[in-house]
Design a binder for this molecule. Structure first.
Ligand SMILES: CC(C)(COP(=O)(O)OP(=O)(O)OC[C@H]1O[C@@H](n2cnc3c(N)ncnc32)[C@H](O)[C@@H]1OP(=O)(O)O)[C@@H](O)C(=O)NCCC(=O)NCCS
Length: 196
């Protein structure tokens, strides 16, 4: 209940004013993540209007409408399924247009660039390699099926679990960035550090 309220409040605040301080992992052909073997049997299934209710296996029921809204915005999602239950989900947004665009109110994407976001695993299944498994599968799919040429995974610099997840699949931070959005628009973007 508290986590739902917190999430709702954050989403509202993000529409008004938000500072994103992120480590960005950038994947291009030739720098794909290592194969990830989760500690439990796992498969990835695309999220569709017909199955998005299954998010309720591991998150609050009100996430169903959130996932439907994501599908309406043409975001691409996968569930991780284990022993018949959904134990995680992951989403990506691809810029299929010819012009650069800003997605999620702060992230600039060029033509055929993709952003991976909203990675979440069931709290009871964390630390089992489900997150890295989903990232690796979604990266492969974005290159092979959706024609992505560059994929960004931005992680809050304080999110240790997420940074560890990326380390497990051999991805390295390429840049540390600061984005500020106000009233749903990107107002400042600054590279704090670039790594070779
Ligand atoms: C970040 C997240 C997706 C990682 O998924 P995961 O399936 O647990 O990934 P991993 O199994 O690779 O675990 C990564 C690290 O999380 C930490 N971790 C382990 N168990 C944990 C638990 N029960 N709770 C929180 N973190 C845990 C560990 O440091 C682990 O590294 P280790 O296996 O070397 O000890 C997951 O913690 C999560 O859903 N967090 C909340 C949402 C979030 O922050 N999303 C990230 C957006 S980029």
């Amino acid at each position: 209940m508290l986590s739902t309220l917190r999430r709702t409040l954050i989403k509202k605040l993000q529409k008004v004013f938000w500072i994103y301080w992120t480590d960005n992992f950038i994947v291009v052909a030739g720098s794909e993540p290592k194969k990830a073997e989760p500690a439990i049997p796992c498969s990835c299934i695309p999220i569709t209007y017909d199955n998005c209710w299954r998010v309720a296996d591991f998150r609050e029921k009100n996430c169903i409408s959130e996932y439907q809204a994501k599908l309406c915005r043409k975001e691409l999602g996968f569930f991780a399924e284990s022993y018949g239950k959904v134990v995680g989900s992951i989403w990506a947004t691809v810029n299929n247009g010819s012009a650069p665009t800003i997605v999620r109110m702060y992230m600039p994407l060029m033509h055929k660039e993709a952003l991976i976001h909203d990675i979440v695993t069931d709290p009871k299944h964390r630390g089992m390699g489900v997150g890295p498994f989903m990232v690796e599968k979604l990266v492969s799919d974005l290159f092979a099926v959706h024609g992505a040429v560059r994929i960004i995974v931005d992680v809050n610099v304080r999110n240790r679990s997420s940074l560890r997840m990326m380390e497990k699949i051999g991805l390295e931070v390429k840049e540390q960035m600061l984005y500020i959005s106000a009233l749903g628009r990107l107002v400042l973007q600054k590279t704090l550090r670039a790594y070779s």
